[in-house]
Structure formats: C-alpha cells, structure tokens
Design a binder for this molecule. Structure first.
Ligand SMILES: Cc1ncc(COP(=O)(O)O)c(C=O)c1O
Length: 388
C-alpha cells in the first residue's frame, strides 16, 4: 500500500478508541461501521495539531470552508459552487434532520430508496416525518438502479414533502448518472417536493465513474435542493464533527443561517475539512487507488473462498453489499458471521426489508484485513452434506 495510507497493523488499530474498535470484544474483527483503517492524511493531522497547539478549541467559524469546498468541487466534481452558499454543519445526518424539520410540515412524509443507510429511516422518524419507500430495483446480475416509476409513485403519495436521495448510494455503491439525476429532478419538480441530496461519498468516486451533484444540474430543481456532504468519509474524520451543506437557493441559505446554533460544527472539524479539501488531494488519490484495488481483491477472495456470495463491486467508496442468501444463514447473516466467525459486518435488514439475507462489508482497510474478514465469513458457513 502507499506509505501515506500506513499499513493497517491490527495491533495498532486495536489501540484506537473509536466506535469501530470498541463496540465488540478484541477477538472480533470489526468490518461494520463506515470508518477506515488507514493513517490520517498528513495535512489533516497537521491542521489538528496546529489547532491544539494554539488551544483553538472554541466555537466554530466557517472560515475558509466555503472557498476550500468550492475549489475542491470545481477540481474534482466538475461543479461550480458559490462559497457563500456553503455552510458548516456538525455532520450530514444532523444537517438533513434539521433541514427536514425546517422545510417540511410536521407529519409529512419523506421518500427514500431502500436498501439505504439505516439512519435515513430513524433520524427522519425522530423528526416526526413519515417514511415512504421507493425501493431501488435490482436486476438479475445483482446491480441496483433508481426506479423512476417507483419514485414517481412514492412522491405522489399522501403528504409527501421531500425526497432524500443518497448519491453515491450507500450500501450499493452506485453512482447516479447526469441523465438519471435529470429524470429525478423532473419527477421532483412535477411532484412539487424539495430535494435533499446526501452526497457524503462524492469524494470517493472510483475510476470509471464520475459524480454529478444535483446542484450542478442545469435544472430549475436546483432552486429547491440542498446538498449535504463532508470530508468525513473521504478522509475518515467523522469524529471531528464537521459536514458541509450547500444551499441551492437564498431561502435555504437563510434557513441555514437562522439555525446556526442548532448546527454548530466542531471548530477543529472545520479546520480539518479545509485542510482535506485543499491539501488532502494526494492522500485522497492514494486512497482511491487502494480502494479501486480492494474492490477487485474482494471479488477474487469471494470467488475463491465464498463462491455463493453475490457481489457487484461498488462504483464509489469502500462499502461492499453482499448477497448471502445462498449461504443458508437466514435473514440476518451478520448475526451468524459474528457468532461463528467473530467478524462484525453491517446487518442487511437494518438497511430496509430489501436487506434481508445481505451484509455490508467495509473495504476501507488493507487487502490482508479484507482477506481475514472473508476467511472468518467462510469459516462461519456450515459445510454442506458431502463437503469436508
Ligand atoms: C450516506 C451516508 N450519509 C451520512 C453518513 C453519516 O455521516 P455523518 O457522520 O456526517 O452524519 C454516512 C456514514 O457512513 C453515510 O454513508
């Protein structure tokens, strides 16, 4: 692996005190939550060290965040962003929940595309909004896609006020095309809803795909859209508590300004995001190269050791959505993998009923640790009669 990423030594990782490394006993290999195992990007670490040396641990100021994110978006996402439309938020889910509360009527409904990141269900539920599902469709090869008819039907349901799009999509790893997003924008406009776009995985689009932000579309719907993103997945700094909201209209900028107290980021998080978006690109490139290799490594390992598992390599990020229904491990295979193999994976049913029989594996680590996770999974599968 590139020296910038470190070597993912398990001895060292087990000294971390984050959720990933504390949630299970030490004999369990954690591969569930979306934290990566690589060393921190040096410019990010340096920004944190410099802030600590100054005692710069007070309340956040947006500082250079707008300019830094706009420069990153122009360079990497082919998206021209007005720095004044960029706001710091503590994290993406809090930004989404707060804006859902501010912009949609209590008791109204928000459409999501399961299988999808589990907090989409419960964080929106906590705001008193109902969920209406427009499931992704899945073809025979296991590839997921947006389903425009299902989306249109869902948005037409009683009391729907907003659509929460995940782009790139977690857990399927799909990157939506400009054409697909134009179709989505047309449907949203026709149905008169607002569009909340979770683009947190956008910095991690892998070779062969290109992220298109909904706010970069040539479409009137941009006036009714807000994008939420962050350096938190791309540079593994979720614990520093800073995300980015980009307002598509002055009205949304006003609401974000008004709610500043409810949306305070960590000051060190803001500084770390600025460092990531400006000086963190060589590290990001090394990471993307490794993730590109890792998605192939996983394909080879599964073919060799767990041939019954369905896997379509992701187009973005470091999460693999694995169809384990052929293994005979029941509705929640992650429970069996944990009990028998001592490997902790994301539980498919948490992502919606469409996740029954699936697990999510985290590839944000070394090929060796991906191999160890697959070995533990393989050891959990009961031998079929006649097999050794
Ligand atoms: C799609 C998606 N949104 C949001 C989050 C969480 O981000 P945050 O910690 O900024 O709320 C994640 C984390 O994995 C995610 O995958």
């Amino acid at each position: 692996m590139d020296a910038m990423l470190g070597n993912c030594s398990l001895d060292r990782l087990r000294k971390r005190q984050s959720f990933k490394w504390r949630a299970y006993p030490p004999d369990v290999l954690p591969s569930f939550v979306a934290e990566m195992d690589f060393d921190l990007a040096e410019p990010v670490a340096e920004a944190v060290r410099a802030a600590l040396a100054l005692g710069d641990t007070g309340y956040p100021h947006r500082g250079q965040l707008g300019e830094a994110f706009a420069a990153f978006a122009a360079k990497r996402l082919r998206w021209q962003v007005d720095p004044d439309a960029v706001f710091s938020i503590p994290d993406v889910m809090t930004g989404i929940a707060e804006m859902a509360q501010a912009l949609t009527p209590p008791g109204s409904a928000i459409v999501i595309n399961p299988p999808v990141y589990p907090p989409f269900f419960f964080r929106l539920g906590f705001t008193g909004r109902r969920i209406v599902e427009a499931p992704l469709r899945r073809d025979e090869g296991g590839r997921y896609d947006l389903d425009p008819e299902a989306l249109d039907r869902a948005l037409a349901a009683d009391g729907v006020s907003a659509y929460l799009l995940c782009s790139p999509h977690n857990p399927t790893g799909r990157v939506w095309s400009r054409e697909q997003l134009m179709t989505v924008a047309n449907i949203c406009q026709r149905r008169g809803v607002i569009l909340l776009a979770d683009e947190i995985h956008a910095p991690l689009v892998l070779p062969g795909a290109q992220h298109v932000s909904v706010l970069s579309l040539d479409h009137d719907m941009t006036q009714r859209s807000i994008v939420f993103t962050s350096a938190s997945k791309g540079w593994n700094i979720a614990g520093l508590k800073c995300g980015v909201a980009v307002a598509g209209a002055p009205e949304y900028a006003r609401v974000l300004t008004e709610r500043v107290e409810a949306l305070l980021a960590g000051n060190i998080g803001v500084l770390a995001n600025v460092a990531a978006f400006t000086d963190g690109l060589p590290w990001l490139d090394a990471l993307i190269g490794q993730l590109d290799r890792n998605r192939g490594v996983l394909a080879d390992l599964l073919a060799e050791r767990l041939a019954g598992v369905g896997y379509v390599p992701p187009e973005a990020s470091f999460l693999a959505w694995l169809d384990c229904r052929a293994l005979g491990l029941g509705a929640n295979p992650a429970a069996e993998f944990l009990a028998r193999g001592r490997v902790a994976l994301g539980q498919g049913p948490d992502f919606g009923t469409q996740g029954t029989g699936f697990v999510r594996l985290n590839m944000g680590t070394s090929p060796e640790l991906i191999g160890a996770a697959v070995d533990r999974m393989a050891a959990s599968v009961p031998a079929r009669p006649g097999e050794q």
